[in-house]
Structure formats: structure tokens, C-alpha cells
Design a protein around this ligand. Structure first.
Ligand SMILES: O=C(O)CCC(=O)C(=O)O
Length: 277
């Protein structure tokens, strides 16, 4: 499994949760969502009155206020994969629940490390499908091998398709692939892997998922929004806040091949930095 992760930057694990566990989890989050609001609910940007996300905003930092979410995101079966793939102890820094109701927008292609700014090293994510995710309801798409790129300078996203307003440019010769997943399937992916999801084009199917973002125990800094970090036993650990800015990668043509070069002048978008992934 390590070889595939090293080559592609992600690893799909079918059946990390049983279909019943995924269904129970999906129902529980849907009940929570329809019965209340929570700290750090996130509706995204460019949201108009008819946007379905208004009824079903993402829940962010669920690990801070929901015991079952904390338990889920620090469970031994996740810890085992994370420890193996990261090569060391993981710390949980964010848990999020996506509802992605019918006809709602997706999330433009991005790199999580743009937001988390882990130093040294990078972050790691797990994304768990709570129901079937396919191309019609806007499954995750990833660019295999892109985890080896630096954090790229961002450009403005098309907010008619994305609830976030930053996107990374992806050259044509680096196509993204859809990750079609069944309820309970999970994907672990590295912090610089380019990923995102298109809109949910169905009129009758949600695409619910829970994600966790982690840093390695050796990390010394993470963007302030992600503190406190939690060990996998739930105890808090202090990690310093990382600074914004810094160089980012731009695509240049070298003998007809797109390659990245670092620039200090990249169009970082400070209003979004360190806020959410
Ligand atoms: O679920 C999605 O559509 C996007 C998820 C994502 O980009 C993330 O968890 O970092």
C-alpha cells in the first residue's frame, strides 16, 4: 500500500466502515444538521438565496464539539493507516462533514497544504464516503502524482461551480480521475495532492462524507485555525502557528513540458489562507 501511496499520493481503502456504520453515521449527521446549527458551520462563498448549501452547510471542526466524531476520526483503524502512511504518529487538526445536497456546487481543485501550512512536512487527509459517491453526485476527483508538486499559486475559482473561491491551475497533461466510492469506502491522501469535486448534478441524491485532516507528530507549525491539535487518544497538544505567505509554484513551459517553478510573487489570497480546506 505504501508504494501506491508514494507513487500516486492517495490510497483508496474499500470498506473502512461497514455499510451499516456508514448509514448510521450518515443518518446521525443528517439529524444533527436538520435540527440545529453549530459553531463554524460553513456555507461557502458566492452563495445565493436558492443555494441548497444554505440548508446543508458543511460542519467544520466537528471534533471540537461532537464526541462521536472525535471517536470516529481517532479510531484505531484510521490510526493504523495514518501511522503507516505518515511513518509516525498523527495528530487530528480538523474534522468536517459534507452534505452536498442535490444540485449543489462542488469544491474547486486545491491542495490542503495551501490552507494548513504545516511545517516541516505536510498534512494528510482521510475522506470517508457515507453513501455512494459517483460522477453524477460529485465524487472526489484527484490528480495522481500531484502530491509531489510544491504548493501552487492559486487563481480565482469559478464560484458558479465551487463554494470556495480559490483554485489551482492543472495542466492538461495531468488529468484528474474520479474516485467512485461506496458507503464506507475511504481515501487517504497527501497534503499537496490536487483534488476537488464537481457539482452534484442529481436532483435526488446527496453525497455525504466525513473528512479528517491530520499532521505528523514531528510538525512544528500549523495554521492557527487548526489548533489545538489532538493526539489520537483525544488529548491536546500545542503546535505553534505557522505564518502566511511564502513562495508558491507556477507552471512554466520547458521544452513543451509544463513544470513548476517557485515564485515569491504568487497570487496568494490572504482572505482564504488558513481558514478552511
Ligand atoms: O468533499 C469534497 O467535495 C471536497 C473535499 C475536500 O476537498 C477535502 O476534504 O479537502
Amino acid at each position: 500500500m505504501h508504494d501506491q501511496f508514494t507513487r500516486d499520493g492517495y490510497l483508496v481503502v474499500p470498506g473502512l466502515l461497514s455499510p451499516q456504520e456508514a448509514q448510521d453515521c450518515c443518518q446521525r449527521y443528517t439529524d444533527l444538521r436538520t435540527n440545529g446549527t453549530f459553531p463554524l458551520d460553513h456555507k461557502g462563498v458566492g452563495t445565493e438565496d436558492a443555494d441548497p448549501i444554505l440548508q446543508y452547510p458543511r460542519m467544520t471542526h466537528v471534533q471540537r464539539w461532537d464526541g462521536p466524531s472525535l471517536k470516529q476520526l481517532t479510531a484505531p483503524r484510521l490510526n493504523q493507516y495514518l501511522t503507516e502512511l505518515m511513518g509516525q504518529e498523527p495528530y487530528l487538526v480538523q474534522g468536517m462533514v459534507y452534505f452536498k445536497p442535490p444540485l449543489s456546487r462542488g469544491q474547486a481543485m486545491h491542495q490542503d497544504q495551501f490552507y494548513l501550512k504545516v511545517q516541516p512536512g505536510t498534512c494528510m487527509a482521510v475522506w470517508i464516503a457515507l453513501e455512494r459517491a459517483d460522477e453524477e453526485n460529485g465524487c472526489l476527483r484527484v490528480v495522481p502524482g500531484s502530491h509531489k508538486l510544491p504548493v501552487l499559486c492559486t487563481e480565482e475559482a469559478d464560484t458558479t461551480h465551487s463554494f470556495t473561491d480559490v483554485a489551482v491551475p492543472v495542466p492538461q497533461d495531468m488529468p484528474s480521475v474520479p474516485l467512485v466510492m461506496e458507503a464506507g469506502d475511504a481515501v487517504f491522501f497527501a497534503g499537496s495532492l490536487i483534488h476537488g469535486s464537481p457539482p452534484n448534478t442529481t436532483t435526488d441524491r446527496f453525497r455525504r462524507a466525513i473528512t479528517g485532516h491530520y499532521i505528523a507528530a514531528s510538525a512544528q507549525q500549523v495554521a492557527a485555525y487548526y489548533s489545538p491539535a489532538l493526539r489520537m487518544d483525544g488529548t491536546q497538544v500545542e503546535v505553534d502557528a505557522s505564518e502566511g505567505g511564502g513562495p508558491c509554484g507556477v507552471w512554466v513551459d520547458r521544452d513543451g513540458v509544463p513544470v513548476t517553478e517557485l515564485t515569491e510573487e504568487g497570487p496568494w489570497r490572504p482572505q482564504m489562507q488558513g481558514v478552511k480546506a
